[in-house]
Design a protein around this ligand. Structure first.
Ligand SMILES: Cc1cc2nc3c(=O)[nH]c(=O)nc-3n(C[C@H](O)[C@H](O)[C@H](O)COP(=O)(O)OP(=O)(O)OC[C@H]3O[C@@H](n4cnc5c(N)ncnc54)[C@H](O)[C@@H]3O)c2cc1C
Length: 445
């Protein structure tokens, strides 16, 4: 069996690693755009923030590691076309065309940053945050930048804001919507983010967009917002989200959704025989309501990789659904979320109840006691927990793990659930933990 994998990051190399374990004789060819594989892109904001000096640390495995186990890795090669009928992949490497035949094909091309329309031209001080090179380029010029503008108050934009912040720079985050991270968190939690940004002198400007870019030669010097406000800019970061990297598949017989994400079934199979896909280039589905979702997270991609590899060798495994669980640190503030939020439930007309509790993370007589917030959301009809959000400090939000397990299993809320036997010792919690309190309230609703 010859398997060709397009894309060499979490999904692509995840498939390769698992497949080689399941079938050491499988012939595998990876076609990868970059000159490296297995980039852990999640590290880029922290590399920019000088948490570590060598960007190569973000490469979980090297090309040579895969070559040693007999995998052919074609780097600096971009797939431009797939001939599904004749089972051929066509790629460009420098000026040469490469053609690889396949028995089975895995598409793992991930996501590509969405570029703001006003940035149609290339500027030398404007970047996305997606590749190792992006991180390296930003790091090269950041020390010369006094005025930094970030477009988009999403996970990446806010992580980058934190990592670029210091008392010598002015950072403005321009957000089109009315709240930061509004897709993930409810207003009570996005309010915490706004307070934290303000405390750290990050200027969040909401409900607006950049209307015009002013530049000298190829360098942005200033941006103008739709209300006419002008902001000086030495470094501009565009982080307004990702879209599936599937341009080369448009107008083929491969089924894509309205956002051009590849449609796959629970096994990762596409509508074309012997063609699989997973990770940030596919539409996946939510665990609780089985609704189609786009969930561009490393956690999801790595699970898709295992499922696809197993199905390639004939093991009938299925993806179990995504809860869109995410966690983020913004300066001191830490937030975690899982499952559905009030925005989705209202839009979907699902009857829900919620409780919001503010408490302390541990006893008052052990130093460092901090505030902790939790929201639990339940489906009234099913009487199950379907969503949870936490906000707090010093990793107290990791309590979300226990709630994730309840949501994952769709446990019907038993009246005794408020007695759930959680651990207690003074430095960690209180005798009645915030989770016990929140569960007591939600079962009464
Ligand atoms: C800055 C940043 C921070 C993140 N932080 C987190 C986090 O904290 N937690 C989390 O869960 N997720 C995080 N993510 C998301 C996570 O990195 C992705 O979900 C994950 O990388 C998806 O893996 P993938 O293999 O599907 O796609 P990608 O990682 O996008 O990899 C796709 C690969 O395919 C290559 N490729 C694309 N097109 C072609 C082509 N035509 N021919 C050949 N090769 C091609 C690309 O160059 C790339 O190497 C973060 C992402 C970024 C950018």
């Amino acid at each position: 069996m010859k398997v060709v994998v397009i894309g060499g990051a979490a999904m692509g190399m995840g498939v390769v690693a698992k497949l080689k374990r399941l079938d050491p004789k499988a012939e595998i060819v990876v076609i990868q755009k970059n000159n490296y594989v297995s980039l852990g892109a999640c590290g880029i904001p922290y590399y920019i923030g000088d948490n570590f000096a060598d960007a190569n640390i973000m490469l979980a495995r090297k090309v040579e590691d895969f070559e040693k186990i007999g995998v052919k890795v074609l780097t600096n090669s971009i797939v431009t076309e797939v001939d599904f009928k004749n089972k051929k992949v066509i790629a460009k490497s420098n000026e040469n065309n490469i053609i690889e035949n396949y028995d089975k094909l895995v598409i793992a091309t991930g996501g590509t940053p969405i570029i703001n329309e006003v940035l149609s031209k290339q500027y030398s001080n404007c970047f996305t945050v997606n590749s190792k090179e992006d991180g390296e380029d930003i790091k090269k010029i950041k020390s010369k930048a006094k005025n930094i503008v970030i477009i988009g108050a999403g996970l990446i934009g806010l992580e980058v804001a934190e990592n670029l912040a210091n008392n010598k720079v002015n950072i403005s985050v321009i957000e089109k919507g009315s709240r930061p991270l509004a897709n993930l968190f409810d207003p009570e939690f996005t309010d915490l983010i706004e307070t934290e940004l303000e405390k750290n002198k990050v200027n969040l400007i909401k409900n607006t967009e950049i209307k015009e870019i002013f530049s000298t030669n190829d360098k942005i010097t200033e941006v103008e917002l739709i209300d006419g406000t002008k902001i000086k800019c030495d470094l501009l970061i565009c982080s307004i989200g990702v879209r599936p990297n599937t341009d080369f598949l448009i107008n083929t017989n491969l089924k894509l959704n309205e956002r051009n994400a590849i449609i796959v079934d629970k096994t990762g199979a596409t509508n074309i025989k012997d063609v699989y896909a997973g990770g940030d280039c596919v539409q996946t589905f939510g665990r609780t309501y089985k609704n189609p979702v786009y969930s561009p997270l490393a956690t999801v991609a790595s699970k898709h990789a295992v499922i696809v590899a197993e199905n390639l060798v004939g093991i009938k495994s299925e993806f179990a659904g995504a809860l869109n669980t995410a966690i983020v640190k913004i300066f001191d503030l830490e937030l975690a979320r899982t499952g559905e939020n009030s925005r989705f439930l209202t839009e979907s007309k699902i009857k829900y109840e919620e409780v919001l509790i503010k408490d302390k993370d541990h006893t008052n007589y052990v130093s460092g006691q901090r505030d902790l917030w939790v929201k639990l959301i339940k489906d009234v009809k099913k009487n199950t927990l379907i969503g949870c959000q936490f906000g707090g400090y010093d990793k107290a939000i990791m309590r979300i793990h226990s709630i994730i397990a309840m949501i994952w299993n769709q446990d019907v809320l038993d009246p005794s659930v408020n007695q759930i036997d959680l651990p207690y010792a003074p430095p960690f919690s209180r005798t009645k933990d915030i989770i016990n309190i929140a569960l007591s309230k939600i079962i009464e609703k």
